[in-house]
Design a protein. Structure first.
Length: 115
């Protein structure tokens, strides 16, 4: 989970900044007296920044930690689909080094988190 946050954090942050900046443009129309656009712009900026910081950086990791292995549950039909087409998170059978690297990163993450 820590690796996912580390790798995905910059993407989430940059997307939030771009969206907030684009909606802040509506707030700039406040000088023209268009109240609806001012409310829309300021509201969207606040919602996007709260979503990027509180929800995605705090609440989602906490919920995943509480749910444990239930996060990775898949229905039988989806597991069958993955097995049929060879889809796996641990790397392909053709490349055992990929799977070993993933396990090593996972072990390092668990030790860093304190499991």
């Amino acid at each position: 989970m820590a690796v996912g946050l580390e790798r995905g954090g910059p993407l989430i942050t940059s997307a939030a900044v771009v969206l907030a900046a684009s909606f802040a443009m509506y707030a700039s129309y406040a000088s023209y007296g268009i109240v609806f656009l001012k409310m829309l712009g300021i509201g969207m900026v606040v919602v996007i920044l709260v979503d990027a910081t509180l929800i995605r950086a705090v609440l989602v990791p906490v919920a995943m930690r509480l749910a444990g292995r239930a996060n990775w549950w898949a229905p039988a039909s989806l597991r069958a689909f993955h097995a049929r087409f060879g889809i796996s998170e641990t790397g392909s059978a053709d490349n055992p080094h990929e799977s070993a690297r993933w396990r090593a990163e996972s072990d390092e993450t668990r030790s860093a988190v304190g499991r």
